[in-house]
Ligand binder design. Sequence first.
Ligand SMILES: C[S@@+](CC[C@H](N)C(=O)[O-])C[C@H]1O[C@@H](n2cnc3c(N)ncnc32)[C@H](O)[C@@H]1O
Length: 269
Amino acid sequence: MPLDRTRFGELLRSQREIYKEMDDWRLVYASQNNRAVKVAQLLWGDNPPWVQDKAEVINGLIAANDYKDYLEIGGQPWSERSTFAKIVCERKDSVNPGHEDGRDEKHKGQFEDKMSPGNNHYHLYSDEFFKEACNKKYDIVFIDGFHEHSQVYRDIENSLNNLNDEGIIVLHDMIPLTRDLETSPFRTGDCWRGFADFRKREDLQMHVLVPPWGSEDSLGFIKKGSQVPFEKEIEYNYDFLLDNIEDMMSLIDLKSFIEIYLPQANKQL
Ligand SMILES: C[S@@+](CC[C@H](N)C(=O)[O-])C[C@H]1O[C@@H](n2cnc3c(N)ncnc32)[C@H](O)[C@@H]1O
């Protein structure tokens, strides 16, 4: 069983009645970051293999596995600061209907012709993309669209159907650091519920990396493989999440993540 040496679940449970509001996540994050840094220093000394953000993790997976085809659900290729812009991969596709809460004509057609050869943007909702436009399999899919239970469930299901056998799905915003953050699909939302549903399957390998970087997000990973399924009946509420977080979300820290997903990098440590 992989380990979370930072004891993230214990930390969230101990603070759940103290920090509840949307922006309290900074305070929860500060204590988590403190622990994660200390654990990394304990394990690796003064130069821990620090990952700074989601793009760095995704790029690490692409390089280690020689992945060629990347798909981002909720990609924002019109922004130079977006994850999509930072990803280094031979072919990149992005799907986004526009603005946060629906289709937005503002971006349509304004940037697509400036995209590098091999890259495409689909001005569609992810459901429409998978039904009408997706005509290939991907090595790596980053799910970061509408942060709502049933949407994330469908995004995972559709991504699995369009994933190469050795491919991986990376999911954003798996753990709301406060109770209120779970209630907004435009913030962390309740994506965790879609991930948890798939923890019932034996034929997948799934983990959530405790975030070792400064933001409210944490990343989930799904590959074809095997796992011991989560047995309890899932209750879709924040307390059930915190009380079962280690097993249900299959939490791992940075060391376990590197051992499992980037073993080449681990040999160099
Ligand atoms: C948190 S932002 C994405 C940030 C981006 N992934 C990054 O890291 O740079 C979420 C995006 O998902 C898009 N979105 C909302 N519903 C969607 C859906 N059903 N399918 C695809 N994208 C969706 C929104 O328009 C918004 O731009």
